[in-house]
Design a protein around this ligand. Sequence first.
Ligand code: GLY
Length: 358
Amino acid sequence: MSDRTVIPVAGETPYEVTVGRGVLPHLSDALPAAARKVLVVHPPTLAERAEQLRATLCGDREVLLAEVPDAEQGKRVEVAAFCWQIMGQADFTRTDAVVGFGGGAVTDLAGFVAATWLRGVAVVQVPTTVLGMVDAAVGGKTGINTAEGKNLVGAFWPPRAVICDLDLLDSLSANERVAGFAEVVKAGFIWYPEILDLIETDPAAVVDRHSDAFRRCIELAIEMKARVVGEDLREAGLREVLNYGHTLGHAIEHAERYRWRHGAAISIGMMYAAELSRLAGRLSDAAVERHRGILTSLGLPTSYRAGAWPQLLATMQRDKKARGGMLRFIVLDDIAKPTVLQAPDESLLFAAYQEVSQ
Ligand code: GLY
């Protein structure tokens, strides 16, 4: 049997995240017993593995494959319509199920397709990237992009289960793995300082997918996400802490036309949030330097172009308007003590940017 860790996620519809090596075979048991048809949504790079998955899931079920473009290209209404078409032609019923098999964009799309088909069918998420495992696949945020912005259409639709098979990460490049680690570092700063200790002890070991430290960090990050979304699925309060580093990070992703890895932008965003926390009189110099040391030791960026500030500020302001609120940043009062900084002064925002720009 596989060696697995099971992390429960509380809420109206509780579910479990299974983490370990060789845990993919648990997918079959995670699907609803009544499901006669299963749609596996996957990117082209996982076509062969999706075929293998089909072979293991078949039996008394019909398994359909929907190959969709990877990354943000897949999060389009045309791609969702392609999945709905496959489901319609296969007479997919309310008791059937969807599997999201891929990175965060694929699981977001698969979740959205499941949330909208017949007003909602079961989805089991099988993330294949670090980012997908520690963030996108857990917590039930599903959605697609529109021409006006990212994730503007979607639904909160918790999965029935999440299966994180660490063996699936073997095909990721080292760069992809490290970029995904930015969200793990975030979990360390806002919730579990044990992650920070592990990185400081041996940064090379934590990104070595075969090490115990790697697995421990992934599990802690998932546990943090599980606790937060278990308490606040709809982001009415606590869940907002997950946005640490994301306000500026999203603006950088936009400035880079989404060609940067999410983790790289979030890394700079966290460094910025730490500097902002310090300048707002909340966080010590040592804690800010801890950010810089940890992110740098993993090879993640901590600074951005000095001249980009007006554009970044404008994007953050637009984002704020689209979401109907004031400009809000998650900052730290201390390590593992996140809080909200609302409508900070523009001069403070700029001063913090000067600390992370060159
Ligand atoms: N990725 C942030 C959230 O799930 O709320």
